[in-house]
Design a protein. Sequence first.
Length: 232
Amino acid sequence: MTKAPKKKKKLAKARKTRDREEMRLRQEVVATALAMSRSGLSPGSSGNVSARFADGMLITPTGIAYADIKARDIVFVAGDGKVPGKQKKPSSEWQFHLAAYKARRDMGAVVHTHSLHAVVLACAGRSIPAFHYMVAISGGIDIPVLPYATFGTEKLAQNVGRGLADRQACLMAHHGAIAIGKTLRDALALAHEVEILAEQYTKVLAIGPPAVISEEEMRVVLDKFKSYGQQA
């Protein structure tokens, strides 16, 4: 007779814990989107932010200025792409956010920006090569440009999923940049780093063809990055 009440109590506690975690993530998604916008990484209402949650994700809504978004406006999209219950419409780019999570089970956040220099390179179809060793922060020897596809389409989602399989940051042709991380803080920091590298690279190109670090040396850098900072 005592098993049923104990089970109910345990389930209630689990639901309460999940609800607290969901609210924390909702607030963090809002804060990250605001930080992204205010830093100039995504002018106007461009770009979007999400965090992995349950079997899906929590993502910024479409058509609402970042300054006006509240925690309750963040949209839960299930792993199958469905939006349960009565919620706002999710970002039009929700498909490639889900694709990123499916491609990288080890990552918990996505930040997509329309930052100036990243967009310039993406529109020129130029990947960011190893002109500087910090390019390795993307997880590879360069920051590639993914093939163009119409925004909000399954094709673009497929491109993003493939591109992020062995990178944590990519440019998207004629579109912008995408960065992923274990946390929202990590993903936003990487998005900032990508924009800095994009700006530096565009200025190098103004001088002439860039000198590029060898692939062998970049492999050494990538290995050193595994224990970089507080990760050791």
